[in-house]
Design a protein around this ligand. Structure first.
Ligand code: DGL
Length: 258
């Protein structure tokens, strides 16, 4: 089955990386909107237009299901895209419910982009879960820039995160929910800074589960294929392929950090 994964940039590779392990027999397309990344600091109107263009491209490629592997794009545009296109569209949701189910009555810190933390969608989710007193939201836009330039582990990354996280009394928190797919590249630095008892939770497994549910796919043995696109241009250049491989290796290294 032809399955498309879309993100503003390379964050969505973390969802693709997981999907390729669970579904090793499918035909994958990955679309990174490298011309327009980052989305999280733009206006919702701009993001809606970018997402619409990307989905139109992926529909034209005959994608049979599209995963919006971007919390920001999901927050702004997924409802409208489902109204416009008939292909199944699966979005990302910050895994707040998972964190609260695992650790009832303990606080959850959700890190995401500025658009996601101010958007209606996350506030509706928190209300639905009746978790207003148990949830804090933190925007970390610089991590998107660090990830795009492959600066995964540096003094600048660590200083930025230490500065941002120092304002929380983590004794009250059970977990940090990664509400932006770009943040998966920094699990080791988060782990280094956060107290041992605070778990790092991402939404990748939940999204792939939802993809399987919506498509009725059965995991089968075999070899997957994957094509990469930057804003509609297929990536074939050796250097760019190397860049993408480096992200996949980084995700291998981050696996198991929680
Ligand atoms: N990776 C995206 C997310 O999950 C957005 C990053 C950005 O473009 O600002 O929200």
């Amino acid at each position: 089955m032809k399955l498309a994964f879309f993100d503003s940039g390379i964050g969505g590779l973390s969802v693709l990386h997981h999907a390729m392990k669970i579904l090793p027999h499918e035909e994958f397309i990955f679309f990174a909107d490298e011309d327009n990344v980052p989305y999280g600091t733009k206006t919702p109107e701009q993001v809606l237009k970018f997402v619409d263009e990307a989905i139109a491209f992926l529909v034209a490629q005959k994608s049979e299901a599209i995963v919006v592997a971007c919390n920001t794009a999901t927050s702004v545009a997924v409802r409208k895209m489902r109204e416009k296109y008939s292909v199944p569209i699966i979005g990302m949701e910050p895994a707040i419910k998972l964190a609260l189910d695992k650790f009832p009555n303990r606080k959850v810190l959700v890190a995401a982009t500025p658009i996601t933390v101010t958007g209606k969608k996350i506030h509706q989710l928190i209300e639905r879960l009746n978790a207003q007193d148990l949830t804090e939201l933190l925007a970390l836009p610089n991590l998107v820039e660090f990830a795009e330039r492959q600066e995964f582990c540096s003094a600048a990354v660590e200083n930025y995160l230490r500065r941002e996280l120092t304002k929380y009394d983590f004794e009250k928190f059970s977990s940090l929910v990664l509400g932006c797919t770009h943040f998966n590249y920094f699990k080791d630095t988060f782990r280094k800074i956060l107290p041992e008892h605070v778990r790092i939770i991402d939404g990748n497994a939940g999204t792939v589960k939802e993809l399987i549910r919506r498509t009725n796919l059965k995991p089968r043995e075999g070899l997957s294929t994957v094509k990469f696109f930057y804003s509609g241009r297929e990536v074939t250049d050796g250097l760019e392929m190397k860049r993408l491989e480096k992200y996949m290796q980084r995700l291998d290294e981050m696996e198991g950090i929680s």
